[in-house]
Ligand binder design. Structure first.
Ligand SMILES: C[S@@+](CC[C@H](N)C(=O)[O-])C[C@H]1O[C@@H](n2cnc3c(N)ncnc32)[C@H](O)[C@@H]1O
Length: 219
C-alpha cells in the first residue's frame, strides 16, 4: 500500500472524487509536468498494458499488429499510445476528459484520432459512433481512486468489437475501496465478457501496485 504525502501529485489526483470539473482542472495543471513526474517514479502501467496487447495479438489474432485498431481510453499525455507504437501497433486512437492532456497526446504523433471531453462516468459519454469499432481497448491509470467508477468498464466493452479485447489496470487501493471486483464478476456472469488473463499485484508506479485485467468481449 502506498504511503504518499498529501502534497504528492499522485496523492492529490486520487482525491478528485470523480468530479469532472475538478478532474479537468487538475489535469490541465498537471499536463506539462505529468510525464516527468510519473517517469521519475518509474510508472509502468502503459508499458505493461502494451506488452499485454502484444501478447494478445500473438496469441489470438491472425491479423498483424499493423492491421489492428486500438482505443486508448483515458489516454492522458499519450504514454500508452507511445508504448503501443513501440510495441508495433500503428492504428491507435485515444480519448480523455482533460483537453490539455489530449493536446499533449497529440504532440506524441502516436495517435490517429483523439477526442477530448469524454467522461467515462457519464451515462452517455458520447462514444456511440465508435461502438464495436476496436480490436482492443486499453486503459492505464484510469480505474483509480477519484477518477472512474467501475461502471465505466461498460463503455470500454462497448467500444470493443465482438470477440475483441479490453485491457485495464486497477490500482490496489481502488480495488480495495471500490466494487470493481464485483462489477467485473457481474459482467462475466452475464456473459458480456470473459476474463482471459490477469496480473495480480503487479508493479504500477513507485511502490504502488495494481492488478491488470484482460477481458474478451463475447463474440
Ligand atoms: C493517471 S492519468 C493516466 C493517463 C494515461 N492513461 C497514462 O497511463 O499515463 C489518468 C487520466 O484519466 C483521465 N480521467 C480521469 N477521470 C476521467 C473520466 N471520468 N473520464 C475520462 N478520463 C478520465 C485524466 O484526465 C487523466 O488523463
Amino acid at each position: 500500500m502506498s504511503d504518499r504525502a498529501p502534497t504528492d501529485p499522485v496523492a492529490k489526483a486520487l482525491a478528485l472524487d470523480g468530479d469532472p470539473d475538478r478532474i479537468r482542472d487538475y489535469y490541465r495543471d498537471w499536463a506539462q509536468s505529468y510525464d516527468s513526474d510519473v517517469g521519475e517514479e518509474g510508472y509502468r502501467a502503459p508499458d505493461i498494458i502494451a506488452t499485454l496487447a502484444r501478447a494478445i495479438q500473438l496469441s489470438w489474432f491472425d491479423a498483424a499488429r499493423t492491421d489492428l485498431r486500438i482505443m486508448d481510453a483515458g489516454c492522458g499525455t499519450g504514454l500508452g499510445g507511445v508504448a503501443l507504437q513501440r510495441a508495433g501497433f500503428t492504428h491507435v486512437d485515444g480519448f480523455d476528459i482533460a483537453p490539455e492532456m489530449v493536446d499533449a497526446a497529440r504532440a506524441t504523433q502516436a495517435y490517429e484520432r483523439l477526442l477530448p471531453d469524454i467522461d467515462l462516468n457519464a451515462a452517455d459519454p458520447g462514444l456511440a459512433d465508435l461502438s464495436g469499432c476496436y480490436d482492443m481497448v486499453t486503459c492505464a491509470g484510469v480505474f483509480t481512486l477519484g477518477h472512474v467508477e467501475p461502471q465505466g468498464l461498460d463503455h470500454l466493452v462497448d467500444l470493443a468489437r465482438d470477440g475483441g479485447f479490453v485491457i485495464v489496470s486497477t490500482r490496489e487501493d481502488y480495488l480495495k475501496q471500490s466494487d470493481y471486483r464485483d462489477y467485473s464478476g457481474k459482467l462475466e456472469a452475464r456473459g458480456s465478457v470473459e476474463l482471459v488473463h490477469a496480473l495480480p499485484d503487479a508493479r504500477y508506479v513507485g511502490d504502488d501496485r495494481a492488478d491488470y485485467w484482460v477481458y474478451r468481449k463475447a463474440a
